[in-house]
Design a protein around this ligand. Structure first.
Ligand code: ADP
Ligand code: MG
Length: 255
């Protein structure tokens, strides 16, 4: 059955994912089971972090939620989503500001207005001075921030972020995490954030979904009832991190 986000969500920006299953099949090689009965829910304005080992189906899950890939079974109901893909997919012939402004251009804004509309966020993300740089002139971390700006500027109620901070050095990653937390407090959106960094999931998430090794199944769901701002290394964060890691360690190799 084709699975698509509903055109008009039944309840604001709530996302409901029920029992998703997906197996990759190719003519060469064995079928690869990527998702096995994944269900989750993100309430309006909630940030749900999804953690799991490499190759467990996290990117596949986001692609299905965004309507880019059909699952074999299950349903997705939610508002239109913006995806920040794991690879930044910047257009090499556009400069950095134009790449960030692309969502505004796609929404119909003229070039000058779109660039102006993107500039404030671009600078907030520490990219000022690099407006005219081409993607190949940017570091991996800067490219990731341009892609992040583009996703936020889409104005979509649901953001699907695929390891958005994975390529950043530790200091910049922590700054970006705090920036995202603050900006979501100021302007709430529903966010599904995929990461393989358990600490990041706890620092940012209202809830953390722990996936098993492939095929991805939900092993545990942890509430993160900690006040913000949260910092990596806080005792309460470390305690939840240990619980999530224990769930992961207990999962075995899957099938
Ligand atoms: P993650 O994002 O958690 O690392 P993915 O969702 O990218 O995992 O992939 C899950 C599994 O599906 C992996 O074993 C991967 O090799 C496989 N896979 C991903 N995309 C494809 C594809 N297009 N065709 C076949 N197998 C794929
Ligand atoms: Mg991935």
């Amino acid at each position: 059955m084709p699975v698509r986000p509903a055109a008009s969500p039944p309840a604001g920006a709530e996302l409901r994912v029920e029992d998703l299953g997906l197996t990759y099949r190719s003519e060469r090689g064995e079928p690869v089971r990527a998702l096995d009965g994944v269900s989750l829910r993100a309430r309006p304005g909630e940030l749900v972090a999804v953690v799991g080992p490499s190759g467990c189906g996290k990117t596949t899950l986001l692609e299905v939620v965004c309507g880019l890939r059909d699952a074999d079974r299950g349903t997705v109901a939610g508002p239109p989503a913006a995806l920040m893909p794991q690879r930044d997919l910047l257009l090499p012939w556009l400069d950095a500001l134009e790449n960030a402004a692309l969502s505004l251009r796609v929404a119909g804004q003229r070039r000058g207005a779109a660039r102006e509309g993107a500039r404030e966020l671009f600078c907030e993300l520490g990219l000022d001075g690099f407006e005219h740089a081409r993607p190949e002139e940017l570091s991996g971390g800067m490219r990731q921030r341009v892609a992040f700006a583009r996703t936020l500027l889409s104005g979509k109620q649901l953001l699907c972020l695929d390891e958005p901070f994975a390529g950043l050095d530790a200091i910049t990653r922590s700054e970006m995490q705090q920036w995202l937390a603050r900006s979501l407090q100021a302007e709430p959106r529903t966010v599904l954030l995929v990461t393989h960094d358990v600490e990041e999931a706890i620092v940012l998430g209202d809830r953390v979904i722990v996936l098993s090794r492939r095929p991805g199944r939900v092993l545990a769901e942890l509430e993160v009832a900690l006040p913000r701002p949260r910092r990596a290394g806080h005792a309460a964060v470390a305690e939840l991190r240990a619980r999530a890691l224990a769930e992961l360690a207990g999962a075995g190799a899957g099938s």
